[in-house]
Design a protein around this ligand. Sequence first.
Ligand code: PMV
Length: 389
Amino acid sequence: MADTKIYAASTTAPVNIAVIKYWGKRDAKLNLPTNSSLSVTLSQDNLRTHTTAACSALFTEDTLTLNGELQDVSGARQQACFRELRALRAALESADSSLPKLSTLSLKIVSENNFPTAAGLASSAAGFAALVRAIADLYQLPQNPTELSRIARQGSGSACRSLFGGYVSWEQGTLEDGSDSLALEVAPASHWPQMRAAILVVSAAKKGVSSTAGMQATVVTSALFPHRVKIVVPQRMKAMKRAIEKRDFEEFAALTMADSNSFHAVCLDTSPPIFYLNDVSRSCIRVVDEINRLAGKNVAAYTFDAGPNAVIYYLEENEDIVLGSLKGGLDGVSGWKQDVTAAGVEGLDASFLEPLKEGITRVIMTRVGGGPVSVEASLIDVDGQRSSA
Ligand code: PMV
């Protein structure tokens, strides 16, 4: 009788927010970057993708369902991930003939985010990291997260960094086949667990220019860009690793803000220019600068990806100053923890907070967190149907 068993594995994976930004591909097909980057992995308590990967002779084609909606998997990115993972499984099967031939079966992937996909948060990073990790677990692959990052990178560049928790670099590599363009753990979350992040969700609208289209245009047209990738980023990568090693928030914050500004500067220097920041984003920058000025040191660091949302990093010990100040202007917005009651930094003029009131729809309070976790909860039931965990 044919084997109609359903093989399944489930995982959750985190979002990461870069403090040294990836922007630019030197090879679009393999998703090879023009510069290295570095990110902080955020806690899965607040933001995570839960994915179940299953395979069975009962399934007739590869499918992916995200938040209840069937996705197109014919794209090169999904196909590259499926192909590479199947090849690793096939190698195991040819070395050990007792293993079931999972590499020949169709895959059914079911994924759910615990946050709105449209909020412009880095959902593709968590999504591809979870997809790769879940299939690797299903196939019982021996590859470590760095080896798997080579595959996740081909789904979405930033996804390779979501295979680790804590502080993670993506080393650009030099080889043409991309085999040395990999994610590495700079430090685990436990090295500097006091790192917090407040995400100010500025707009729930989908981003205007996709990161892929945007970075391609920057590479081709920006005159500032070669300076960023050749000089600025290599120096900042070194300095940022040092700041993390020494748990030096002053330096971490200075580099984070400078690199966000540099990334948005090359966007503006692109033809036609790309505007990811809006007036509300710029007001967030001004508030953070003012909080730091009044505190007499960097207690908060803003950073923005390819959209208007602000991510503000700060240390637990400065929560009263940073969150207290922001909450002063955003008290009516959802997402605050009850215990944020502090008045904030002394002397902050209400006019800095006024522009935020109109534009911020939600706050997500989170922290540095761990990497993907294998979980029992399955999104596919014993009959191979989608179930809600
Ligand atoms: O991985 P992608 O294609 O979603 O690009 C991510 C680009 C930024 O978020 C702007 C920067 C980064 O390093 O995450």
